[in-house]
Design a protein around this ligand. Structure first.
Ligand code: GLN
Length: 408
């Protein structure tokens, strides 16, 4: 069924994978850390690996210890006494959780609205399940020069015009990948009003919920009036505990959404790997008392500054993110030779694909071309940006900052 176009093409994470780049290239591309999860979390993983039940199938809903930990950690944030049997579902990463929601709810031709740019995975996850993606722009900042992620704006009239009788769902992503935008309460209220008026499901991807900066408040759309019953919120142990390869995530929502999604996830993976669910549970159980998330936010704010200082020194424009661990750099002024030996996977794509390849090979720092976060028709809007991830230790970021001065 997957014959041509982007569905079959190599995805951006594979093209700019460290395996394809020189060994000494600093990876600020795919968003994962170059440090391990906290000791107290990996110790819990080690302990779980010595157990018996912990090495076998878990209940498809997820291991009870993790569901309890999710309830305790997130319940207060949703102002709810979450039911571990019907309102929480552990999934094999956030991706699989989202995919399962689409499997459970999309009928052929159903439309799913996403703000563009969007995390690339949404598009195939929707189309593979017969859905039709509908794009509503996150408008780039109007002024030239440095900007912040909240200058990327949505137009609620545009959102309303995108809704048709076939619209089934809206995807919200806050903090946003790749823009770093943290949606304001007002913006979310506007989206919520339309979701209620047109009876839509909201899938709220909040995997970067633990990473907001400058005191910016993370608002959960599920907590707005009468939104709980139509919203499924997505979370991730990978982002929370520096363990993106664990593939442990979760969904929180009403039984009407969780029940069909459980049926889907049961048939896709049956259950999520058991021992690392125990470790994720330990993470959530102890995070508060250890002041873990507050400390993490401070560390990430420092990491962000190392890169923004480097871009300032270069005189290049970027979007200062209020959340997530990505910075969009405006690469319009970055020059490279047209006859550079680019690999076939990069040729025929946007200018940003070539720019990112050139920067990776000649400057020694990898990044991700942002046109991948746009549909093919709108790729030109994204190709003026490269996305740099700052989920790396400060020493690595300082070295990257130094190397990037070569772009001058
Ligand atoms: N979320 C990660 C990023 O944006 C990538 C996830 C993936 O590789 N599918 O960098």
């Amino acid at each position: 069924r997957l014959k041509e176009g982007r569905a079959l093409a190599e995805d951006v994470w594979s093209i700019y994978n460290v395996a394809n780049l020189p060994a000494d290239c600093i990876n600020l591309g795919q968003g994962y850390m170059n440090f391990p999860p906290p000791k107290w979390v990996t110790e819990a993983a080690n302990t779980a690996l010595q157990g018996v039940a912990e090495n076998h199938y878990s209940h498809p809903k997820g291991r009870m210890r993790l569901r309890q930990a999710i309830k305790a950690h997130y319940g207060p944030q949703f102002n709810r006494d979450l039911d571990v049997e019907t309102e929480i579902l552990v999934t094999s990463g956030a991706n699989e959780g989202q995919y399962s929601v689409f499997v459970a709810f999309l009928e052929t031709g159903d439309e799913v609205i996403m703000f563009e740019p969007f995390f690339d995975q949404y598009l195939p996850s929707v189309t593979f399940n017969g859905g039709k993606p509908v794009y509503v722009p996150l408008h780039p900042p109007k002024t030239e020069g440095k900007n912040t992620s909240n200058e990327w704006t949505i137009d609620l009239e545009e959102l309303k015009r995108a809704i048709t009788p076939r619209t089934k769902m809206i995807i919200v992503n806050t903090p946003h990948n790749p823009v770093g935008k943290v949606f304001t309460r007002e913006e979310l209220e506007g989206i919520a009003a339309l979701a209620k008026e047109f009876n839509l499901i909201v899938m709220s991807d909040e995997v970067y919920d633990c990473l907001t900066f400058d005191g910016k408040e993370h608002v959960r759309i599920a907590t707005l009036p009468r939104m709980w019953e139509r919203t499924v919120t997505v979370g991730s142990a990978g982002k929370a505990f520096c363990a993106t390869g664990w593939r442990v995530g979760w969904l929180i929502g009403p039984p009407t959404i969780i029940r069909p999604t459980l049926a889907a996830t049961t048939r896709i993976v049956f259950c999520t790997n058991s021992p690392l669910q125990e470790a994720a549970a330990a993470g959530l159980e102890q995070a508060e008392q250890r002041g873990y998330f507050a400390k993490q936010r401070e560390e990430y704010a420092e990491r962000r500054k190392i890169l923004t200082d480097a871009f300032d020194k270069l005189g290049l424009t970027y979007t200062l993110p209020e959340g997530s661990y990505f910075i969009l750099l405006d690469i319009k002024k970055v020059k490279f030779p047209d006859d550079y030996p680019f690999p076939p996977s990069v040729m025929g794509r946007g200018r940003d694909f070539r720019a990112c390849w050139f920067i990776a090979l000649e400057v020694g720092v990898s990044s991700i071309p942002v046109s991948e976060f746009y549909c093919e028709e709108h790729a030109n809007i994204g190709e003026v940006y490269a996305r740099f991830a700052f989920c790396k230790d400060t020493e690595t970021l300082k070295k990257a900052a130094e190397r990037l001065q070569k772009l001058k």
